[in-house]
Design a protein around this ligand. Structure first.
Ligand code: ZN
Ligand code: CU
Length: 481
């Protein structure tokens, strides 16, 4: 047999969680064509991978890359250098389509940029742009509740939607699902989305039933009322006949540390009755827009960007306030619009959530922040290196499964997330002995160690030491129903 590419003598982590094995992998076009002993075959390019691991390309289960995937290879280096080959965009209720904006979007929509980026009146227009100007990674898209609300309620979102507005949102969501979006996301935690009662969400999410879409949520509360929020999420899933994903599951704020001992068994019990999974990032700090009303003395805050004070990015809010001789709340008001890192979780909860059988790895990285949370550049190597290899939290097989096969199964990505003949040739070659995240809260944009090369649909998109290639082999991936 003659292949385009053969990767020889690799240790294969096939994405299913099954034990590693030695094999050669043959790729022709955009597909894996053979896995096994290919010593009788030749290829245009042969990679000797002795001592290295090959895995399905990682799927970033939770991103805000809606705009980054439109910006070419340089914008996606943060992900390709981690071995990521597919990103799930449109999380936390925030998506670039289907809405056109004339003035600066209200937070947290502005995580994706100013109004000039919200220029897609339908998901079809967004998908066309991606097809014309492809990303180096595959894109799987959710439609955000907040984007739908701004459009349907004409910007007047500080209230519940009327039945008519909810019906308009449902129709817009249904149209987007027909045009290649795969699900619906909410960010009920954020004002003004918190004004939406459960019934509004259910009315809009009803569009998922016929389309076979998935419901993904940044829940109303991840702190004191986390259990109520899990109940609400499960109810929305049941009432619309949809599988649900709890975004970046956490137990936030010091008084809730340790409560993964309550949340995880509850999710476990629910999983016997309905389809529920969750994503998690491997850090005890979160990041989003800066919200002065959420500041607390016992949660440290680091600034990630500020429109009026870009020079303050990277500094601790307490230091900025001291320098300005004012309170943290007042300093935060002056920095708006802005983004921040919140040190609001406990390491032990993060580990228990990550180790749970239903978890998927998602970075929740914010690609347009000037001083981003290190998860943007470090999530996947951190799980492989720090958590699996160094701490032994779980096996490398399990780590890879949480980034590939499990994620593909949850989101319904056919032929991805596994290494087998016939699957799409999304692959990552890495060194299990050296793989390691390099980004920190002080130096957040460092390329990870040990990720040797990344392929998307059979094309090489990244090589360590060389950086991103010019390949734009990514496609829109849709949910298999
Ligand atoms: Zn979120
Ligand atoms: Cu998010």
């Amino acid at each position: 047999m003659r292949c385009d590419l053969i990767i020889r003598d690799a240790t294969v982590f096939d994405g299913t969680g099954k034990p590693r094995f030695q094999a050669d992998i043959g790729v022709t076009g955009d597909r894996i064509v053979a896995v096994g002993d290919l010593s009788a075959s030749t290829a245009d390019r042969e990679v000797i991978a002795t001592g290295k691991a090959i895995a399905p390309g990682f799927i970033d289960a939770h991103t805000h890359d809606d705009r980054a995937v439109l910006c070419g290879p340089a914008c996606m280096l943060c992900k390709m250098s981690q071995g990521v080959t597919t990103v799930v965009v449109g999380n936390c209720g925030i998506s670039l389509s289907p809405v056109r904006m004339k003035s600066r979007p209200v937070p947290p929509l502005d995580l994706l940029g100013d109004e000039s980026w919200f220029a897609f009146d339908s998901f079809g227009e967004y998908a066309d742009r991606l097809a014309r100007d492809p990303s180096p990674v595959n894109t799987y898209a959710l439609i955000g509740h907040m984007s739908l609300r701004v459009e349907a309620m004409n910007g007047d979102t500080q209230r519940a939607a009327t039945d008519k507005e909810a019906e308009h949102m449902r129709q817009r969501l249904a149209a987007a699902l027909a045009e290649g979006a795969s699900g619906f996301s909410t960010g009920l935690y954020y004002p003004p989305n918190g004004m939406a009662p459960t019934q509004e969400v259910i009315a809009v999410a009803e569009a998922l039933r016929k389309a076979g879409g998935i419901y993904v949520t940044h829940m109303r509360d991840e702190a004191n009322d986390v259990m109520l929020s899990i109940e609400e999420t499960l109810k929305i899933g049941r009432d619309t006949g949809s599988p649900v994903v709890i975004s970046h599951h956490k137990c936030a704020m010091p008084e809730n540390f340790g409560r993964s001992a309550e949340t995880l068994p509850a999710i476990d019990r629910a999983s016997l009755r309905q389809k529920v999974d969750f994503d998690v990032y491997p850090y005890p700090a979160g990041s989003t827009v800066l919200m002065p009303f959420r500041l607390r003395p016992d949660v440290k805050v680091q600034l990630t960007w500020s429109v009026p004070h870009p020079e303050m990015a990277g500094k601790m809010l307490s230091d900025i306030a001291r320098g300005w001789n004012t309170s943290e709340k007042d300093a935060a008001e002056r920095l708006l619009p802005a983004g921040a890192i919140y040190f609001q979780m406990e390491e032990d909860d993060v580990q228990k959530i990550m180790a749970h059988r239903l978890s998927m790895i998602g970075s929740d990285g914010l690609p347009h922040d000037s001083y981003p949370h290190p998860r943007l550049w470090g999530t996947f190597p951190r799980v492989l290196g720090h958590y699996a290899r160094d701490l032994g939290l779980f096996s490398l097989e399990t780590a890879v499964h949480k980034m590939t096969g499990h994620t593909a199964e949850v989101f319904g990505m056919t032929d991805r997330g596994v290494i087998k003949a016939g699957a799409c040739a999304d692959l990552v070659l890495f060194d299990p002995a050296t793989v390691k995240d390099a980004s920190t809260y002080d130096a957040p944009t460092k390329v990870s160690e040990g990720i040797v090369e990344t392929w998307v649909n059979g094309r090489s998109t990244y090589a360590y030491g060389k950086g991103a290639t010019a390949e734009r082999a990514g496609r829109l991936v849709t949910r298999n129903k």
